[in-house]
Design a binder for this molecule. Structure first.
Ligand code: G3H
Length: 525
């Protein structure tokens, strides 16, 4: 195997600690091996990357106790700390994180098969997200450095933390999406327990010490193990205030349902989607095709925002299918560090077989694979099959494939995709390709009520991260963006007092003495 020196796995990572109560605690119990589906040898075999602790219920509850103790009924050092001091901790963290870029990027490639450019982008985008969060929170603090007076009541209103947050991220963005939950949760003064996803676990090892030394003990707890074994007992206990999860609605529902106090539990969820592209007959085909290629195949379709079904107008379907299929076949498959590799190994060993099931089901029900390489399988990959014509009784229409297979449907009446979207359990985004504003205007007016982002002549995506990222129905709960996430992980809370001499003298003294970290009109410059 021709693997460049700097990307070779020379030694395995033995992750034998977990972060609890400010301590990187040694684990001597059961461990799980972490494999990459990428081979390091000329005859295929998966590569052993390292081991991680297989923690149990006891350690899960230890982490929960640690987070609860750090919150300390609202009296903890972290939730009562001055905003400017919490920001300083986050700055310390991100400075250290930046020094780990190379290690994290390399592990992103091996653990989840993301190509070099996208792995670098994931790291850089996360660092940028942290800086943007700091900036936004600073501005939020500036905006609340004041009193309001209405109807004879003075009020000092800020956003305060919610309590203990359980954070679970997805394997497709094990760094970015996880941190998009964790960072705002932490900075707002919550205390957290974080469990990495099923893949993309070892890439957090280089960051553990930074977490440990940047925040007070118990603010960030990091545990390893299976969701059922560690996340369920934490939820069952009832002391979690926020479930922050990006992943599947089944896991979210299961975790939510075991929490005994449903009103206490807030949820910040980014779930599955089946974003469609609608290609109208006057669409610029070159543009539509290249955007649909990016939308369906980038990171092998393993993105919640991926285009997972293409609706193409019957007047242009033949031309679209021909050119689109050729472009799919021209995509290069290779290991993540290979120049120009757009398609890369799938991290889930059973994914090719699942995708094959979807293909078989579709073929049985009347679809065809219209590209030459579609369905070609190797040990760790199945080449994207473009399936046409796809109908609603096929699994590939109903299920979120989250992988390399592309269903195409032709339509002549625009009501068809609109009805399908209205009927669907998902409602994240849509891509709309066309030019004539007389057609586009009423469509846009409808589509914005079915999903939460209409991408005009471009594929769906989450970024830029300052824009609201959310969804309807089973696709999301709450909104994430640099700004919205800070809101999602906090609540407005305030001090109010009747406007009289007695109270005003106390307020003045509170402000002048700087004795309270909450009642403060200090302006962060
Ligand atoms: O998996 C879903 C991600 O939020 C998608 O983000 O559109 O930047 O790939 P992206």
């Amino acid at each position: 195997m021709n693997i460049p020196e700097k990307y070779q796995i020379k030694e395995t990572i033995i992750q034998d600690t977990y972060l609890v109560n400010g301590e990187l605690k040694k684990w001597t119990g059961q461990t799980s091996e972490v494999y990459s589906t990428i081979s390091s040898t000329s005859t295929y075999q998966k590569t052993l990357l390292g081991t991680i602790p297989t923690l149990g219920e006891t350690e899960a509850l230890e982490a929960l106790n640690s987070a609860v103790a750090a919150y300390d009924k609202g009296q903890g050092l972290w939730p009562t700390m001055k905003v400017v001091d919490r920001i300083a901790c986050m700055e310390k963290f991100v400075e250290q994180m930046k020094t780990k870029r190379e290690e994290v990027v390399k592990l992103l490639m091996w653990e989840i098969g993301k190509n070099l450019a996208d792995s670098e982008k994931e790291f850089d985008r996360t660092v940028e997200y942290i800086y943007d969060t700091i900036e936004d929170y600073t501005q939020m603090d500036r905006d609340s450095a004041k009193f309001e007076k209405h109807d004879g009541v003075n009020a000092h209103i800020r956003r305060g933390p919610l309590g203990v947050v359980l954070c679970l991220g997805p394997y497709n963005y094990p760094l970015n999406e996880t941190f998009a939950l964790l960072i705002p949760a932490i900075i707002m003064g919550n205390t957290t327990i974080f469990k990495p996803a099923k893949f993309g676990v070892l890439l957090l090892s280089p960051l553990l010490e930074a977490f440990q030394n940047s925040f007070p003990k118990g603010v960030v707890n990091i545990i390893y193990g299976r969701g059922r074994t560690v996340a369920s007992p934490i939820m069952k206990d009832g002391r979690v205030d926020v479930l922050a999860l990006i992943g599947n609605s089944k896991s979210a529902n299961a975790l939510q349902s075991v929490h005994p106090k449903s009103n206490r539990l807030r949820m910040v969820l980014g779930l599955e989607a089946k974003n469609p592209a609608i290609v109208l007959k006057d669409a610029d085909l070159d543009l539509a095709i290249s955007e649909c290629i990016a939308g369906t195949t980038s990171f092998n379709g393993q993105r919640c925002t991926a285009l997972k079904v293409l609706y193409v107008h019957s007047a242009i379907i033949e031309e679209f299918n021909k050119r689109f299929s050729e472009k799919v076949d021209a995509l290069k498959f290779g290991n993540p560090w290979e120049e120009g590799a757009k398609l890369t190994p799938l991290p889930e060993p059973d994914k090719p077989a699942y995708i094959q099931e979807l293909i078989d089901d579709a073929l049985e029900k009347g679809a065809k694979i219209i590209n030459t390489k579609g369905g070609e399988t190797t040990e760790n990959y199945i080449f994207p099959a473009v399936l046409y014509p796809v109908s609603k009784d096929m699994r590939v229409y109903k299920e979120e494939q989250f992988g390399p297979v592309i269903p195409v449907i032709s339509f002549s009446d625009i009501e068809q995709p609109l009805d399908d979207m209205a009927e669907s359990n998902y409602g994240q985004q849509v891509s709309l390709f066309g030019k004539d504003i007389k057609t586009l205007a009423p469509l846009i007016d409808t589509l914005v009520n079915l999903v939460c982002r209409v991408n005009l002549n471009s594929s769906c995506q989450r970024g830029p991260d300052v824009y609201p990222f959310t969804g309807r129905k089973d696709s999301a709960v709450a909104t994430l963006s640099v700004h919205d996430a800070l809101r999602s992980f906090s609540i407005r809370t305030f001090v109010a007092s009747k406007d009289n001499e007695y109270n005003n003298a106390i307020l003045t003294e509170l402000l002048q003495s700087r004795a309270s970290n909450f009642v403060s009109t200090d302006y962060i410059l």
